[in-house]
Ligand binder design. Structure first.
Ligand code: ARG
Length: 462
């Protein structure tokens, strides 16, 4: 008989069991479920709602079940519906009558909300740890390449020279913001819902604070209807994950471009690329492509969660069982992607000479040429026109701007003098962009220092 079988005259159809069972995907919550139940039972015993001996029997029984699950000796039953009823059924089979007291003052509605919040909290910690590693790697790469010049792009057209270190620090900022976003999400997830009951709390004098404290929650929920029906924390997690995946995906897109023979700025390590079954010369950036592709899945998880929740009346509805697969998928996908992205980036080889060459070609110093004339007294708009006509001529003739003799330059503007060559050298173009947030090697070094300080706030415990 089902745990809820009292008001039923016959058993559910097999088809029904298969359709509504969630054990196939919520079994992974077993640890949280057992920890939550132990805290609930201990509180029931301490408050005298059940006898101390019964509470202890429950706690011992649950600890034994946890050990058995971890050793692989437990097979969950599909007709026990979900992880919560599977564990309660196992408990009663193991310790008898006392097991039937565990669910006093509790509903699966607040139980599942608790389990999911606990799981989300530890997921955030894992994501933060992975992001911390990625940010550390970016700082190291930025430091190594702070003086290596490369072309910066807008519209994927060469724009102005920057440094490779500066490029890495741009991604560092994105992932640092992601960590900050996950921290905010953690704060709102860290709220204990047990005591909300099915929807209308409970008649038992539960000590909710005691349970929160034992389980390491900072607060308890303030409304029972909201306590059982809030899934904002899952949605927020998926939103944070979606933004983080979007950042990873942009990075991957660049790695894919950089590894083409057209760019040839970077070469993937053999360990993180694949070949073609027909074209012997191929070396494909599968990791970067898969991460880019999986970004779509995580966006889908976010949309799925929002859509499941959008029309639900208060309080719990079974629709909400659909939260788990999307939330778990967003979590697993993000952790999986971060897990492989880091070693892929760590082993990526950068062709810094080729990057510098790329910055030298393509007139990335045309703005600096205009700025030179501005310093000599020409209004910027006129200087822009002079530099533009020089670029037009130079590109027709296949020359660089520094290939022009002073005499030739003077035909475009009498303000040109011999110091123009230094002013438009790649080194000058980059080192003069030294404001905070700029690509100059000095500015990058300062931003690395500042970045280290900010990252410290997220150093994982232990
Ligand atoms: N498996 C359910 C879920 O994930 C647990 C809560 C069930 N509550 C209920 N009243 N049927 O949402």
């Amino acid at each position: 008989m089902k745990l809820w079988g009292g008001r039923f005259e016959k058993d559910t159809a097999k088809l029904m069991d298969d359709f509504h069972s969630s054990i196939g995907f919520d079994a992974r919550l077993y640890k949280e479920d057992i920890r939550g139940s132990i805290a609930h039972a201990r509180m029931l015993g301490r408050t005298g709602i059940i006898a101390a001996a019964e509470a202890q029997a429950i706690i011992d029984g649950l600890s034994g079940i946890l050990a058995d699950i971890e050793s692989g000796s437990v097979t969950f039953m599909a007709d026990a519906e979900d992880i919560h009823m599977n564990i309660e059924t196992l408990l009663t089979a193991r310790i008898g009558e006392a097991g039937k007291m565990l669910h006093t003052g509790r509903s699966r509605n607040d139980q599942v909300a608790l389990d999911l919040r606990m799981y989300a909290k530890s997921s955030i910690v894992s994501v933060q740890k992975a992001l911390y590693g990625l940010c550390g790697l970016l700082l190291a790469l930025a430091d190594k390449h702070k003086a290596h010049c490369m072309p910066g792009y807008t519209h994927l057209q060469k724009a102005q020279p920057i440094t490779l270190g500066h490029h890495f620090m741009a991604y560092f900022q994105m992932f640092l913001r992601d960590m900050d976003r996950f921290s905010d999400c953690y704060r709102r997830t860290d709220v204990m819902p047990l005591g909300s009951g099915a929807l209308a709390a409970t008649t038992y004098p539960l000590d909710r604070e005691m349970v929160a404290k034992e389980l390491g929650f900072s607060e308890i929920t303030q409304n029972s209807l909201d306590g059982v029906s809030d899934r904002d924390f899952c949605i927020e997690f998926a939103a944070c994950a979606a933004i983080c995946m979007m950042h990873l995906s942009r990075f991957c897109e660049e790695i894919i471009l950089w590894s083409t023979s057209e760019f040839a700025f970077a070469a993937l390590d053999d360990a993180y690329s694949t070949g073609s079954s027909i074209m012997p010369q191929k070396k494909n950036p599968d990791v970067a492509e898969l991460v880019r592709g999986k970004t779509g899945r995580v966006f889908g998880d976010l949309m799925g969660l929002l859509t499941v929740m959008k029309g639900l009346p208060l309080a719990y509805n079974k629709d909400m069982q659909e939260d788990k697969e999307a939330f778990f998928d967003a979590r697993d996908t993000l952790l999986g992607c971060l897990g492989i992205f880091v070693p892929m980036l760590e082993t990526l080889q950068f062709d810094t000479e080729r990057m510098e060459e790329g910055a030298l070609l393509g007139y990335t110093n045309a703005t600096d040429l205009a700025d030179y004339l501005v310093v000599k007294g020409l209004p910027f708009r006129d200087a822009h026109a002079v530099s533009g006509s020089l670029v037009l001529a130079a590109s027709r003739e296949g020359r660089g701007l520094s290939d022009y003799t002073l005499q030739e330059l003077k035909a475009y503007s009498p303000l040109f003098e011999a110091d123009v060559y230094d002013a438009i050298s790649l080194e000058a173009c980059v080192s003069h962009r030294n404001v905070t947030g700029g690509p100059a090697p000095d500015a990058v070094a300062r931003s690395i220092q500042e970045g280290k300080k900010r990252l410290e706030k997220f150093r994982p415990e232990e």
